[in-house]
Design a protein around this ligand. Structure first.
Ligand code: EPZ
Length: 423
């Protein structure tokens, strides 16, 4: 397994290009299953999760061609050969459950392995299943698979009331509803930019959708969907991650393709911490307003609140802030695994349940640390950028799931960072 070695190297300056959103691409790709016509995605990120979704779609008989070094995904589900998503693929990536809604809507039946949990939580899919039941589907859970069956006439429009916000369940239900007979209303729907991106793509394919980006989405089912070409929205989590690099190290970095609308709550917290964010014609320019960063309190919430996927990275910044910050993780039950690794670098963090209290220290010290999940891995790299000496991050395969060319992007703004084979 590879390791990444980061050495604190002073302020960073320059530009970092931000890729297309992993979490948009992972729901846009299964949308191809809804139609016989080709669906082409541009601005696709080059990530291992995208390759896993490609393998899954191909296992169903879909054609997926990665063109232009993987930035264009040309897909067609004209001749599917299976509606069964096997455990050996699904267990690698939970987002595989997003093929269930499209398969059920187009073919009337599907068998999808239940995704396992993962490091950050149990990750159940009960809300996905309740949504399909509200559209008339029969669901049978046995031998680790969801066996789903639509009524003889196909899925029926219905009212889906989510007891709490779920991004994936909203995406699955939205895709299924495009081909259901009649009208479907999703109440307490997720409002993430990735949901808006999916709805815009589905509309290009002929779907009739209103209200995406609000808590209530209404879908008028149609008989069939056509093809489309769609550009994947900018990755707001990669954007926020790289905005924290100059915040932690000093200097000034422009994140190309970023807009404040993708991350308003996050930008407000950066402002309160003493970080300036300026919208330019090509992206977001980020720099420290003055000396040391100030402590701020953070609570993760569904969009438009502070994103849970930026909690670990924000903690890395707050480890060297002036004062004490309190971070509350309200979305996942076990998302502080980066804390003990940051403590190995000298951070002072007290974790109790879903709350972490971070007391800022003057300087972190480089140390060997271990990545435990995707966002934790990059928070360790951010901390290493500002630490004294070398930080050696192991298990960086977590990183490859969500960050393309991280060494190249950070080296490009002056970071001392390299990827090596495990010593
Ligand atoms: C999506 O996961 C993202 N993944 C996650 O990003 C992100 O952290 C999460 O949304 C929240 O924003 C993708 O888009 C591929 P949820 P998802 O359903 O859809 C519980 C990353 O780092 N829940 O909004 O799985 C669930 O356990 C990843 O890129 C149920 O109980 O998240 C969690 O506690 C990590 N039952 C909460 O709801 C369900 O049926 C929110 O989960 C579904 C979810």
């Amino acid at each position: 397994m590879d390791q990444i070695i980061v050495t604190g190297n002073g302020p960073l300056n320059g530009q970092i290009p931000i890729a297309g959103a992993k979490n948009a691409c992972l729901t846009l790709m299964p949308a191809t299953l809804l139609s016989e016509e080709p669906l082409t995605l541009t601005n696709a990120p080059r990530l291992s999760d995208i390759r896993t979704m490609t393998t899954l779609l191909q296992s169903l008989g879909a054609e997926v061609q990665a063109l232009q070094d993987g930035q264009v995904l040309a897909m067609s589900s004209h001749d599917l050969t299976s509606t069964r998503a096997d455990y050996d693929i699904v267990r690698k990536m939970r987002a595989s459950i997003l093929v269930l809604g499209p398969l059920l809507a187009r073919f009337g039946h599907a068998e999808v392995s239940l995704p396992g949990g993962c490091a950050i939580g149990a990750r159940p899919v009960d809300l996905h299943l309740k949504a399909f039941e509200a559209m008339g589907a029969e669901l049978d859970l046995r031998d680790g698979y969801v066996h789903a069956k639509a009524p003889a006439g196909g899925l029926q429009g219905g009212i889906v009331e989510f007891p709490f916000v779920s991004v994936g369940a909203t995406e699955n239900a939205l895709m299924a509803a495009t081909l259901a007979k009649g009208t479907t209303v999703l109440k307490n729907a997720a409002r993430e930019p990735e949901i808006v991106d999916l709805a815009q793509c589905l509309r290009k394919m002929g779907a009739q959708i209103d209200g995406e980006g609000t808590s209530e989405i209404t879908i008028q089912g149609v008989d069939r969907l056509g093809g489309a070409t769609h550009r994947v929205v900018t990755d707001r989590i990669e954007l926020g991650t790289y905005m924290l690099a100059p915040a932690i190290c000093g200097g000034e970095v422009e994140c190309l393709g970023g807009t404040i609308s993708l991350l308003a709550a996050f930008c407000e917290k950066l402002d309160a911490a003493g970080i300036s964010v300026e919208e330019t014609p090509t992206g977001l320019k980020v720099a420290r307003k003055n000396g040391r960063v100030s402590a701020v309190d953070v609570t993760t919430e569904p969009f438009p609140g502070f994103p849970t996927d930026l909690q670990a990275q924000m903690m890395a910044l707050l480890c060297t802030a002036e004062g004490t910050s309190v971070l509350e993780e309200k979305i996942f039950e076990n998302r502080f695994m980066h804390a003990p690794e940051l403590a190995r670098m000298g951070a002072k963090i007290d974790v109790h349940g879903g709350t972490a209290k971070v007391t800022g220290v003057d300087k972190l010290r480089g140390a060997p640390v271990m990545a435990t999940d995707l966002r934790a891995s990059v928070s360790l790299i951010l901390a290493g950028l500002a630490a004294e000496g070398d930080t050696i991050v192991s298990r960086v395969y977590h990183l490859d799931r969500g960050y393309e060319h991280v060494v190249r992007k950070l080296s490009g703004v002056g970071a001392k960072i390299e990827r090596v084979k495990e010593q």
